[in-house]
Design a protein around this ligand. Structure first.
Ligand SMILES: [Zn+2]
Length: 113
């Protein structure tokens, strides 16, 4: 396996966390620990989500635009196949909302107590 740059590692952690939030909100049971490449973060993912995350990791490693890769949102290549691309967008939108909501609750909690 090739050496990870800090940037790749950071991106994989972000997508991993989003996938984990999605998984805990949609799937129940069968979750196993999955270590993010780089080894600093462990996620709890069901087999489907673990497979999706492995796909994302593999795509990130084979990105043809390294090292001047723009963020994936602006990327002209769109290396994900349509089903995975649809899934990642769904995960990012849903988990993003969940995280914002949670952030606000934390804020309220501190403010009120
Ligand atoms: Zn899942």
């Amino acid at each position: 396996m090739q050496t990870l740059t800090r940037q790749i590692e950071k991106e994989l952690k972000v997508i991993g966390r989003f996938t984990e939030v999605w998984c805990s909100g949609h799937h129940h049971g069968g979750r196993q620990p999955v270590t993010v490449p780089g080894g600093t973060v462990t996620l709890q993912l069901c087999p489907d989500c673990a497979e999706f995350f492995a796909y994302a990791v593999q795509k990130r490693h084979t990105c043809p635009l390294e090292p001047e890769k723009p963020s994936c949102k602006k990327c002209p290549v769109h290396c994900y196949a349509p089903p995975q691309r649809a899934k990642v967008r769904q995960i990012m939108a849903w988990s993003g909302r969940r995280m914002i909501l949670r952030g606000r609750l934390d804020y309220l909690w501190k403010y009120l107590f």
